[in-house]
Design a protein around this ligand. Structure first.
Ligand SMILES: *[C@@H]1O[C@H](CO)[C@@H](O)[C@H](O)[C@H]1NC(C)=O
Ligand SMILES: *[C@@H]1O[C@H](CO)[C@@H](O)[C@H](O)[C@H]1NC(C)=O
Ligand SMILES: *[C@@H]1O[C@H](CO)[C@@H](O)[C@H](O)[C@H]1NC(C)=O
Ligand SMILES: *[C@@H]1O[C@H](CO)[C@@H](O)[C@H](O)[C@H]1NC(C)=O
Ligand SMILES: *[C@@H]1O[C@H](CO)[C@@H](O)[C@H](O)[C@H]1NC(C)=O
Ligand SMILES: *[C@@H]1O[C@H](CO)[C@@H](O)[C@H](O)[C@H]1NC(C)=O
Ligand SMILES: *[C@@H]1O[C@H](CO)[C@@H](O)[C@H](O)[C@H]1NC(C)=O
Ligand SMILES: *[C@@H]1O[C@H](CO)[C@@H](O)[C@H](O)[C@H]1NC(C)=O
Ligand SMILES: *[C@@H]1O[C@H](CO)[C@@H](O)[C@H](O)[C@H]1NC(C)=O
Ligand SMILES: *[C@@H]1O[C@H](CO)[C@@H](O)[C@H](O)[C@H]1NC(C)=O
Ligand SMILES: *[C@@H]1O[C@H](CO)[C@@H](O)[C@H](O)[C@H]1NC(C)=O
Ligand SMILES: *[C@@H]1O[C@H](CO)[C@@H](O)[C@H](O)[C@H]1NC(C)=O
Length: 519
């Protein structure tokens, strides 16, 4: 296990004593995540990856100027090219995928002429070394195999370089999001790496976040306190938008979470952030239009379940790159806002929330699971002149099995109040165009959602929320309490008490892995 003594020992070995004392004695490290709008057109993925790598080095350069210790790049960010249909043809990927040595060798790939690693991966190993920074990247990895269909395993893999450019960790995505050309390992593997600043990180990729293993196992079995997450997330309304679920995951597990997102408004991909669990969201970005940005924050280290210092929002930075600095953002057809996907609510029990002033109680049930709602509303009906557009609200409750993106069945348990374009519950998974004028006649002075659920390691409940700018409520704006009430059950209570007139989602979103049926 991770231990202070071993640490200092290793340090004295490899680094100057001064640096050792400084890096390990600080109460924080400097983390960075990249929101990257990649190149999608090019001769082939090898050429595309080399172009993307040039841009990655620009991020590293800025990161170095800001003393960043660790930087995370998004899923598909480097090997971003989209093949023509059939989309997930293996034969398309194989020539443009890299071999990797076993990370246990901690091999420095930079300028290693003997290895069959792709040049672009070596280039980025050199960059990690040159900038003396931990670098987390997502690549396409191939591995020869005997007795398999075409002689290879092909993986969606995260790799980690240390400050010397040594490959110190690899993680092969387990919960593939319909990426049929890729293989996965027979079982999810937990990937953990230790850093010279005294923090051990766990890692996983995108869709993995919605499952028990490896994501939750890192925290529950290995006591991991810091996560690096690379994603190309397809945001859905009302529950599964990128920052909303990143913030929720970080909160529930009380871990520091460095989430990097692929940026592509046309397909519905955005959302990066750095979150400090129960100490709150440090910095995040949701962009409606093509964006290249670097987010930098001081992340308070955790010891014995506590952060040694509060988060410091003053020490954060968002650096937006212009189209001159990183030209990729001019290549996509212009779009005025992010595309958003819709969760299918047809199987939920929904109930219109009547817009009358005052406090109201409601109980809504589905599949033997009941949620109590207490709302305190002021309805400013004078704002409704001339057919103004505004959000209405529904209660929406679910307990059972849903099809996740038609890929498989997932156990889900939800209590929620969600915004709708009209009085019809079919419109509760959409938003008004960000460029239209809407009025906000509904002020929630407070909402309390309460319920009871089974107490099981197979069920996890996330407090989720978004306001109309797609940003989640911050930590001091809500309370979420999960409490054991008897041998078998817990009570759940999610509330806020500060008035909001721009609420979109307020939900307890439960995942019940016991009912999952994938692949
Ligand atoms: C990718 O395209 C470049 C430029 O045309 C070419 O030199 C290279 O051989 C191609 N790579 C592969 C693996 O086909
Ligand atoms: C790697 O090789 C290149 C080209 O030969 C050289 O310029 C560079 O300094 C080398 N990098 C390292 C870190 O040794
Ligand atoms: C190496 O880093 C320095 C700054 O520390 C930068 O000026 C230089 O361009 C970098 N070289 C490469 C090859 O990335
Ligand atoms: C090779 O695959 C075949 C068919 O899937 C299987 O019957 C056989 O046992 C495999 N051989 C080895 C050595 O794994
Ligand atoms: C995690 O922490 C618990 C409680 O402090 C401890 O009992 C357990 O051994 C730790 N597990 C690991 C893998 O370190
Ligand atoms: C960077 O761009 C994002 C998204 O376009 C925007 O929300 C943010 O305000 C910008 N930040 C700065 C510092 O310009
Ligand atoms: C952050 O800046 C604000 C306003 O400048 C200041 O009041 C506050 O004390 C600062 N917080 C920290 C933690 O430095
Ligand atoms: C939503 O789910 C229902 C019930 O499973 C199904 O009939 C319907 O086709 C789905 N709608 C969409 C848009 O996928
Ligand atoms: C709503 O429920 C709460 C808690 O159960 C109760 O205290 C309150 O009196 C109820 N309010 C109304 C208007 O029924
Ligand atoms: C609710 O209260 C507000 C402010 O007191 C008032 O302007 C509004 O007309 C009331 N709404 C209804 C529907 O009575
Ligand atoms: C929900 O409300 C009902 C009726 O007021 C009450 O009997 C039940 O205990 C409440 N459940 C929770 C979890 O608050
Ligand atoms: C525990 O509480 C739940 C929810 O109130 C109830 O359904 C269940 O019967 C209770 N179990 C025991 C053993 O008391």
């Amino acid at each position: 296990m991770f231990c202070g003594k071993i640490y200092v020992y290793l340090f004295v070995f490899f680094y100057s004593v001064n640096f050792t004392l400084q890096a390990t004695s600080l109460n924080y490290y400097t983390g960075a995540v990249v929101e990257y709008h990649p190149i999608v057109e090019g001769k082939n993925t090898t050429v595309i990856a080399e172009e993307n790598a040039k841009n990655f080095i620009k991020f590293l350069h800025t990161a170095k100027e800001n003393q960043v210790d660790i930087i995370v790049f998004p899923e598909n960010g480097l090997f971003s090219g989209q093949p023509r249909p059939p989309i997930y043809r293996r034969s398309f990927y194989l020539p443009h995928s890299t071999y990797l040595p076993d990370y246990k060798e901690s091999k420095v790939l930079c300028n290693d002429s003997a290895s069959s690693v792709m040049e672009v991966v070596k280039t980025l190993s050199c960059a990690a070394k040159n900038y003396s920074m931990y670098v987390v990247l997502n690549v396409h990895e191939k591995e020869e195999c005997k007795n398999c269909s075409d002689g290879y395993h092909l993986y969606n893999t995260n790799i980690v370089f240390d400050r010397n450019g040594a490959l110190i960790a690899t993680y092969r995505k387990y919960h593939l999001f319909g990426e049929v050309g890729f293989d996965r390992t027979p079982k999810p593997k937990l990937s953990i790496f230790r850093t010279d600043f005294g923090v051990a990180f766990g890692q996983f990729i995108c869709f993995d976040l919605l499952f028990g293993s490896p994501a939750l196992s890192l925290v529950r079995e290995k006591n991991i306190t810091d996560i690096v997450f690379s994603s190309r997330w397809f945001s859905h309304l009302p529950y599964l938008s990128a920052n909303q679920i990143q913030a929720g995951w970080s909160y529930v597990n009380d871990v520091n979470f460095l989430g990097s997102g692929y940026n592509s408004p046309v397909t519905g991909n955005t959302g990066s952030g750095i979150y400090a669990g129960r100490n709150g969201r440090i910095i995040d970005i949701w962009s409606e239009t093509p964006t290249n940005a670097l987010l930098i924050a001081k992340v308070p280290k955790m010891t014995n379940g506590k952060r040694k210092e509060p988060i410091n929002q003053n020490a954060t930075k968002i650096i937006n790159y212009s189209a001159i600095e990183i030209p990729t953002i001019t290549r996509q057809k212009s779009i005025s806002q992010q595309k958003l996907w819709s969760d299918n609510l047809s199987l939920f029990t929904t109930d219109f929330l009547h817009l009358t002033n005052g406090t109201h109680n409601a109980t809504v049930c589905h599949g033997g699971f009941c949620c109590n709602f207490t709302t305190d509303i002021v309805f400013h009906d004078h704002l409704l002149e001339n057919g103004a557009l505004y959000y209405r609200y529904h209660f929406a409750v679910f307990n059972g099995v849903l099809s996740y993106a038609k890929l498989g069945k997932a156990g889900v348990q939800v209590c929620s109040i969600i915004s709708c374009l009209t009085q019809d519950s079919n419109n509760c998974n959409k938003r008004f165009d960000v460029n239209t004028n809407i009025v906000q006649p509904v002020t929630f002075n407070s909402i309390v959602i309460s319920s009871t659920s089974e107490d099981s390691n197979n069920i996890v409940h996330f407090p989720l929320s978004i306001k109309s700018e797609m940003d989640p409520l911050n930590i001091n704006e809500f309370t979420f309490v999960r409490k054991k009430i008897n041998e078998t059950h817990v009570s759940l209570n999610y509330s806020f008490t500060k008035p909001y007139n721009n609420l979109m989602t307020f939900a307890i979103y439960g995942r019940n892995f016991k009912d999952d049926d994938f692949l």
